[in-house]
Write a protein that binds this ligand. Sequence first.
Ligand code: BG6
Length: 508
Amino acid sequence: MRAPHSGHDRLTTMSPFDMIVFGGTGDLAMRKLMPALLHRCIDGQIDAASRIVGVGRSNVSADAYTKRVEEACRKSMGGDFTERSWSAFVPCLDYVAVDAASEDGFSGLQRLLGPGPSGNGDAAAPGRVRVFYLATAPDLFGPTCVNLGRAGLVTPETRVVLEKPIGRDLSSSRAINDAVGSVFREEQIFRIDHYLGKEAVQNLLALRFANTLFEPVWNASGVDHLQITVAETLGIEGRGGYYDHSGALRDMVQNHMLQLLCLTTMEPPARFEPDAIRDEKRKVLHALRPLTDAEVVTHTVRGQYRAGVVDGKQVPGYVDEIDRSGDPSSTETFVAIKGEIANWRWGGVPFYLRTGKRLAGRGSEIVVQFRDVPHDIFPIANTRLVPNRLIIRVQPDEGIRLDLMTKVPGTGGMRLRPAPLDLSFAEEFHGRSPEAYERLLLDVVRGDSTLFMRRDEIEAAWSWVEPILQVWEDSSEPPRSYPAGSWGPSSAIALIERDGRTWSENLD
Ligand code: BG6
């Protein structure tokens, strides 16, 4: 038997850089960004002369901020947190209070980053990469960039990272992109979708474009339909202020799920290069057939969870969780959509998207269901030939599974049933699988935008989502209620079963 491979054999230390995180005291910075940077520091990729600066509105000292980051890292990293690695990370950390919306709030940052007697001349050295990571509400992206420009903080080696969602709809997204684009060139702008940094998602590119096996059947002749599910057991986790203005369509579908769909269905790019890949993704987004108003009613389901039991624990319903003092909310925490890519490769092949919070299980997967055999030569009572399914497990337990029909061993005649060919990345490649942000943050420092979204992709995605938002907003019907701990409203099951298909039960 072959020994499993380690996945981590090419780690290089980056030249010293500055990463300034706006929203530095927020949920994303504390739960994801700081632990990701500490992990990269543990692996020796962050030079001790690098600076990681949290920026927030609150007036806390650098020491108090460091303490908060330490607590957050301990919590999220568990056994991977060590005192030794933490002491190597602490000298890189700093904090500055800035009101991103006001021009004069930027002087503290100027003092820290600019050249001059404060001893930071070095940090402004030509060629030193400076990254502004905007982990704030999207309406602050434009003003923050304009203020950074006015304060003279944008050098040729400066990059800006924008968290999703960029805007609430097409026009607000355009306005944000225009404002950011008035300060930064397109190649300096990194629009992050952390799903693109997930190992299994990158593996989808390897599966499709480093193997010949599937390509001949990866089209309407070979594929019956596609399914993408992103299921969460978590609720809103204190993000009610953001979430109640967003909802699952803006939070998950417009970005993560459409990006997964693009990578699953795009044409082979000529090269593994940012624009070659992004051109192909954009073509898929442009080919999404817009839903008519009547189809929004028949082809989409929006739901909202009520109280229920998740992982054995009683949890409150959405409205109580976000504390609207009993007021109803029409924000959806679940979405299911049936759509179609109107192009030569995929015409007539439906895709089904499904995502929700407080569902019965946590897991994300892409299912490619192939067509039925053209003729069944095994007319055996009680045996139905189940079509082949390829399942890309994005999380947890990343891997790839191919379901094949097989003969059940035995002399009792030809009995058949489906059995899996299962590749688990954890078993094949030992070692820890890095979190998406670890890869993406360093890609920004390297200037590699392959796994980031271009402006035209974002706008094409909004164009497809907008008519759905519009019909929902105009509708007097509230989202359908589902109990926390279920798989969403029963109409989501009906949506696919009407077509004689079923949701994959892999996640159940
Ligand atoms: C974020 C959404 O982008 O993705 C969250 O804003 C969601 O609502 C999260 O919980 C899911 O990410 P992951 O990596 O846990 O699947």
